[in-house]
Design a protein around this ligand. Structure first.
Ligand code: GTP
Ligand code: MG
Length: 556
C-alpha cells in the first residue's frame, strides 16, 4: 500500500481537528513514526467531500430508510448523517461515493412551486417530500445512520457535571476540549454552506471559490462558533494563457476598499437567491468589508468577505502551530471559555480582546523557553521554499513553510508538562508580564519593546507593523491582568477534587449575568478590585448584592 494512499485514507476517516489530531502512520522503510499532512491537503479533502454531498430536509429521523432507499436508486451512498436545527427541523447530510453520483441525483431533483414570488434555486440543499400516490417500499438494506442528532451542543449542566467528576485538572481541560470542539458533522456542514455559495455564485464569477477560514479551520473552533467565509476568484495561468485568441469581454468593477462592491452584490444574492440565508447585514465600511447572515438550515452565523487572503493564511498558520503543539488547542479552548465567563470577551466587537488575540497569547506562551513547545514564526519563514510563496492582498507576504516535516524536530514539542501545569504556568506568565513596556511577538517568539503606548500590543504575525489588539482599552487590559492573576491564584489554591468549583470549574462557571458584569466592570475599573474580591463567599450574586457591595466600596 503506498504511503500516499495511507495518508489519504487516514485523512478521510479522521475528523481533522479532533482530539490531539495527529495523522499517525508509518513511512515505508523508515523508522520516523509520524508525518504531518498539510493544511491544503485537508482543505482539499473537505472540499471534495462537500462536492459529493447533499443536505436534505426530512420529516424526521425515521425518514432514513425511505431516503436511503430512494437515493440509492440513483447513486451509491457512503454515509448519511442526521441533525436537527434549533427550530427542531430534521436534516440528513448524504455523502455519495463520487461527485458524478451526486450529479445523477441532482438530475432527478425537481422544483416545487409555480408561484412567482418563490424562486427555486439549484444548490446542495434540498427537501424530501412525501410520496405521491401509492407508496413504494424503500429500504436501507441494513444500513444505519452514521450519526444521530450530530450537531447537538452539550448542555452546560451536563458538561459541568462531567467536569466535576474528572480525576485531574488536566482531564478537565482535555474533556472540555473533547466535548466542545467542532466535530466531523459540524465541519462537513460548514463546507456545505461554503459549497452552496460557490454553486450559486459560479455563473457570476470565473473560478469562484468560497472557503471557510477562522476558527472553523484553525483547530481552535468549538461547536456553534461563527463561520468565516472568504470568496475568491483568482484566475489560473491557464485561464489567462497568451496563446488563446478568443477572450471574454470584461466588466470593470471598481471594487472599493476590500471589495465592498462585491460584498454589496453578495448581500443582494444572499437575500434573493440563497435558500436558508436570512437576516443579511452588510458591514461595508470596515477595514475588511463583510456581509453577515444567518444560515437557518445549519444554524450557522456566517461572515462572508472578499479576497481577504491574509485572514485565510493566518488561519493556516494557527492550524500549523496547533499541529506542532496539540496541547495548544486544548489550552486555547479553555482560555477562550474562561475569558468569556470572566467577561473579558463579548459576543460583539468593542474595546475588549477577542478570541483571535487570546489564541496568540496562548501560542506565544508556548514559545517561551520554559514551555519550549513551539518555535518562533521566523523559523517557519526561514524554512520556507519556493513552493511556499503566498502573496495576499496589498502585496502582503504570507510565506512560511507549509510542510511541517521540514522543521528541525528539536525546534518544537520539547516539554512533557501536562495540561494542568501548562495552564497554571500560562496564567502565572501573564500575571508577571510587563504589558506596560513589552509587546508580544510570535514572529520572534519573545517579548519585544512596544512601539507605542497602546495598552495591549500583540504584533500581527503576517503584518508586523500592525497590532491585532489595537482596539483594547486601558480598562480592559487592566481587567485582563487582574483576571489572569485571579485565575493563577485560583489554580494555586485549588479547592480539593469534587469541591464546588474545583480545578478548571472555578475558571469556567458563570458567576454573573451581563448586567452584573457591567456593574463589576465599573467597580473593577474604579477600585481595581477583582470579582473574587467582591464575591469571596457569594457564588451567585444578585444585582442588588453587587450594587450594595459597590456602594460600600465606593464609600470606603
Ligand atoms: P471566533 O470567531 O471567535 O471563534 O474566533 P476566530 O479565530 O474565527 O476569530 P474571528 O472570527 O474574529 O476572525 C477570523 C479570522 O480572521 C481569525 O482566525 C484570523 O485568521 C483572522 N483575523 C482576525 N483578526 C485579524 C487581524 O487583525 N489581522 C489579520 N490578518 N487576520 C485577522
Ligand atoms: Mg470566527
Amino acid at each position: 500500500m503506498s504511503v500516499l494512499f495511507q495518508t489519504r485514507k487516514c485523512l478521510f476517516k479522521k475528523p481533522f481537528n479532533n482530539t490531539f489530531c495527529k495523522y499517525v502512520f508509518l513511512r515505508k522503510n523508515s523508522d520516523v513514526p509520524r508525518k504531518f499532512v498539510t493544511f491544503d491537503e485537508i482543505v482539499a479533502q473537505r472540499r471534495l467531500e462537500a462536492q459529493r454531498s447533499l443536505v436534505v430536509q426530512v420529516n424526521s429521523e425515521s425518514s432514513f430508510n425511505e431516503l436511503y432507499g430512494y437515493c440509492s436508486k440513483y447513486a451509491s451512498i457512503n454515509d448519511i448523517h442526521h441533525y436537527k436545527n434549533s427550530g427542531g427541523e430534521n436534516f440528513m447530510l448524504i455523502e455519495f461515493e463520487s461527485e458524478e453520483n451526486l450529479k445523477e441525483v441532482l438530475k432527478s431533483c425537481c422544483s416545487h412551486n409555480k408561484d412567482h414570488d418563490l424562486i427555486s434555486v439549484q444548490s446542495p440543499f434540498v427537501w424530501f417530500r412525501a410520496a405521491a400516490g401509492k407508496k413504494e417500499k424503500l429500504v436501507a438494506n441494513g444500513k444505519n445512520l452514521a450519526v444521530k442528532n450530530g450537531i447537538e451542543i452539550i448542555k452546560e449542566d451536563v458538561l459541568y457535571e462531567e467536569l466535576m467528576n474528572c480525576e485531574t485538572v488536566s482531564d478537565q481541560i482535555q474533556l472540555l476540549y473533547d466535548r466542545t470542539t467542532l466535530n466531523d458533522l459540524g465541519m462537513r456542514l460548514r463546507y456545505m454552506v461554503a459549497r452552496q455559495l460557490e454553486v450559486i455564485f459560479s455563473s457570476l464569477y470565473t473560478n469562484v471559490r468560497v472557503q471557510p477560514f477562522g476558527s472553523t479551520v484553525n483547530g481552535f473552533g468549538r461547536m456553534g462558533c461563527d463561520l468565516d467565509l472568504i470568496l475568491t476568484n483568482t484566475l489560473t495561468e491557464e485561464m489567462t494563457a497568451a496563446g488563446r485568441r478568443l477572450v471574454f469581454q470584461e466588466k470593470r468593477c471598481e471594487g472599493g476598499r476590500g471589495g465592498a462592491r462585491h460584498m454589496e452584490l453578495a448581500g443582494a444574492l444572499l437575500e434573493l437567491r440563497v435558500p436558508g440565508a436570512a437576516r443579511v447585514v452588510r458591514v461595508l465600511n470596515a477595514r475588511v468589508p463583510i456581509v453577515k447572515y444567518a444560515h437557518d438550515y445549519t444554524d450557522l452565523h456566517c461572515d462572508l468577505c472578499y479576497n481577504n487572503l491574509s485572514g485565510a493564511y493566518m488561519s493556516e498558520l494557527l492550524w500549523q502551530l496547533g499541529e506542532l503543539a496539540p496541547r495548544a488547542r486544548a489550552l486555547a479552548v479553555l482560555v477562550r471559555r474562561w475569558a468569556a465567563r470572566a467577561g473579558l470577551t463579548q459576543p460583539h466587537p468593542g474595546r475588549w480582546v477577542t478570541n483571535f488575540p487570546l489564541t496568540l497569547l496562548v501560542l506565544f506562551f508556548l514559545q517561551q523557553s520554559h514551555a519550549h513547545l513551539l518555535p518562533p514564526l521566523n523559523l517557519l519563514v526561514s524554512c520556507a521554499g519556493k513552493e511556499d510563496t503566498r502573496i495576499a492582498e496589498e502585496n502582503l507576504k504570507c510565506t512560511f513553510v507549509r510542510d511541517l516535516n521540514k522543521l528541525p524536530p528539536e525546534s518544537y514539542g520539547q516539554n512533557d508538562d501536562d495540561l494542568q501545569t501548562l495552564l497554571f504556568k500560562f496564567f502565572e506568565f501573564y500575571s508577571q508580564f510587563d504589558f506596560e513596556n513589552k509587546a508580544i511577538s510570535i514572529n520572534e517568539g519573545r517579548a519585544i519593546r512596544k512601539p507605542n503606548s497602546l495598552p495591549l500590543y500583540i504584533v500581527n504575525p503576517l503584518e508586523q507593523s500592525l497590532n491585532v489588539s489595537r482596539n483594547v482599552s486601558h480598562e480592559e487590559c487592566e481587567r485582563l491582568r487582574l483576571e489572569v492573576r485571579n485565575a493563577a491564584w485560583h489554580l494555586e489554591s485549588c479547592p480539593a477534587r469534587s469541591a464546588e468549583g474545583w480545578g478548571a470549574l472555578g475558571l469556567l462557571e458563570r458567576r454573573a449575568a451581563p448586567q452584573l458584569r457591567r456593574l463589576l466592570r465599573l467597580g473593577t475599573s474604579h477600585r481595581l478590585v477583582s470579582m473574587r474580591d467582591l464575591f469571596r463567599e457569594d457564588d451567585e450574586p444578585s444585582v442588588e448584592g453587587v450594587r450594595s457591595k459597590l456602594r460600600t466600596l465606593v464609600k470606603t
